[in-house]
Design a binder for this molecule. Structure first.
Ligand SMILES: C[S@@+](CC[C@H](N)C(=O)[O-])C[C@H]1O[C@@H](n2cnc3c(N)ncnc32)[C@H](O)[C@@H]1O
Length: 243
């Protein structure tokens, strides 16, 4: 049964518990990785947004594109918001960490890893919900078009994309400066920093038959991140606050 985050202090406590439970699974990877996982889950507004949007029905089988170390996937599985996750990334070491963390303890979590370079535009496994958190902008624009197409085709029900909005003034400038500066030294960096207007991404998703909302996803940060929540069914009212 999915644990609902709710709001206020209770939500914070549940999020902290979930982050700690996921981070414990990464203990074998060392203190730095365990600390990264706990901090990322607690402080990144994407965690709260994605867990909340999963709702009572959950996200079913999830395809997490650009999953990195898989901490968000494991949070969805542990909290009952996903029944299984397939994580895709090109970083073999991070995928191996995700698999070990999923297998920690018995009976383990249903996480499968697929190592793939997303820029080729290869077809992707079908899933109920597809996540692309902070990965689309790391590809060059024509590769982004191909990835959007294969991701939309793979998503039976929902597609969630987190990216930065290049049209939000100082926030956008700060986001770009941060990404460009850290890209080469960060283990999570990609080959490009190419943020596209969320409305253009939403337009492409609507052509694939999705209803799309664009929600702010920068709370507590100076960045310009938004979350596109695309669904093939009517969107629930609580997603109505648009960015
Ligand atoms: C900023 S990280 C985001 C990781 C994860 N979604 C999260 O929210 O923590 C971007 C991820 O995309 C992956 N990535 C970037 N370009 C890729 C490509 N061309 N093919 C496959 N994975 C790629 C990186 O290896 C990295 O794990």
């Amino acid at each position: 049964l999915a644990v609902h985050l709710g709001t206020g202090a209770l939500a914070e406590a549940r999020l902290a518990d979930c982050a700690e439970a996921v981070a414990r699974r990464y203990a074998a990877e060392g203190r730095l990785v365990r600390g990264f996982v706990a901090g990322k889950l607690r402080r990144d507004p994407a965690t709260r947004a994605v867990l909340s949007l999963a709702g009572a029905d959950g996200f079913g089988h999830v395809l997490d594109i650009g999953c990195g170390r898989g901490q968000l996937a494991l949070a969805l599985l542990l909290s009952g918001h996903a029944s299984a996750v397939t994580g895709i990334d090109r970083n073999a070491a991070h995928l191996a960490q995700a698999v070990r963390a999923a297998q920690f303890g018995a009976p383990g979590l249903d996480f499968r890893a697929l190592q793939l370079d997303l820029s080729a535009g290869a077809a992707l496994p079908v899933a109920d919900t597809v996540l692309m958190i902070d990965v689309l902008y790391q590809l060059e624009p024509s590769a982004q078009d191909r990835l959007l197409h294969v991701a939309a085709t793979a998503a039976r029900q929902n597609l969630l994309i987190r990216t930065a909005d290049p049209g939000r003034g100082l926030r956008s400038l700060l986001t770009r400066a941060y990404e460009v500066t850290t890209r080469r030294i960060s283990p999570h960096g990609g080959d490009h920093v190419a943020h596209r207007p969320p409305r253009a991404i939403a337009g492409a998703l609507r052509r694939h038959g999705f209803r799309v909302r664009i929600l702010p996803c920068w709370q507590g940060t100076p960045f310009a991140n938004v979350l596109l929540f695309a669904s093939r069914s009517r969107l629930p009212h609580r997603t109505a606050r648009r960015a």
